[in-house]
Write a protein that binds this ligand. Structure first.
Ligand code: NCD
Length: 291
């Protein structure tokens, strides 16, 4: 069995193997005979795409699925995170997909839970399947990673998407920059002025301001954010001809992205969502491979 906890643990060969498997699934080559497997999706934080994309991937593979509802569970009676996961293991579940607001929540589980754990996002740290679907979308577009330039724009400091992507994209030879409001930047990464990024990058990845992770309200207004760092059609017109726009979603229209940019010709946002299903099929199949 194989967990999927953080991409930093995986060599590039393994990442490419997962992407190849996802690509094959996308062309219709996949085994849908996992009918004896039961997968539980344990989301302790809100999710639309990741949870139901995993759900779709599980159904495409033939699995049976349990979607845990934290709000109506015994968590409300004081049961712990660990005891909840241990309960699902005891049911005889074949894999768990977990999202939790705690950074590296899986450290409390890995020695004590003996079924594959697929990380659907941990706090501000990692979001491996989001990054894999971003990589698949970039690879489909450009057929390579080496030398591509990406700017990730917005709330970098609180974003597991940014952290996961920058680590793996740098290993793949991409040049990664960050941009956006000063209060959300991270000094460990190279930063670039937003308007300069718009004109020079191959990929612009926008992020939502993750208010639920903040101790203080954003210091600038939504209008100011949109004017300074929002991707508008005027800015899109200045992007390189082949450049593309990514966003992990949920997006806030009129803040980091203008309404008409969401589905513009350069946007690959809904393609990312589609690719997420195939990436999750690939990591589920991988979870049941022997070590
Ligand atoms: C992201 C997340 O939850 O980290 N969303 C997602 O999984 N597609 C980004 C976000 O919530 O802004």
């Amino acid at each position: 069995m194989k967990h999927l906890l953080r991409l930093a643990d995986l060599p590039i060969t393994e990442i490419n193997r997962i992407l190849d498997c996802a690509q094959a699934a996308k062309t219709g080559i996949y085994d849908d005979s996992e009918t004896k497997r039961i997968v539980a999706n344990l989301f302790f934080e809100p999710s639309t795409r990741t949870q139901y994309s995993f759900n779709t991937a599980e159904l495409k593979l033939g699995c049976k699925v349990i979607n845990f509802n934290a709000a109506s569970s015994s968590l409300q009676k004081g049961e712990t995170f660990y005891d909840t996961v241990k309960t699902f293991e005891s049911f005889g579940i074949d894999a768990v997909v977990i999202r939790d607001r705690k950074d590296r929540y899986y450290l409390d589980l890995i020695d004590r839970i003996h079924i594959p754990i697929l990380n659907g996002g941990d706090g501000k740290m990692d979001h491996p399947t989001q990054s894999l679907l971003d990589l698949l979308t970039i690879r489909e577009e450009f057929n390579h990673f080496d030398g591509l330039k990406i700017a990730i724009v917005g709330d970098i400091a609180h974003s597991r998407v940014a952290h996961t992507n920058i680590e793996v994209m740098q290993r793949l030879g991409m040049q990664c920059y960050i941009s956006g409001p000063e209060e959300y930047q991270d000094a460990q990464y190279d930063s670039i002025d937003f308007d300069q990024a718009v004109e020079t990058m191959d990929v612009i990845m926008l992020l939502r301001v993750q208010h639920e992770r903040h101790d203080q309200a954003m210091s600038i207004s939504v209008e100011h954010y949109h004017q300074q760092y929002g991707l508008t059609m005027e800015r899109v017109a200045k992007m390189k001809p082949h450049a593309i726009i990514l966003h992990p979603a949920p997006f806030n229209r009129g803040v980091e992205i203008a309404d008409d940019v969401v589905e513009c010709e350069k946007s690959r946002i809904f393609k990312q969502i589609n690719n997420g299903v195939y990436v999750r099929m690939a990591v589920l199949k991988r979870a049941w491979e022997s070590d």
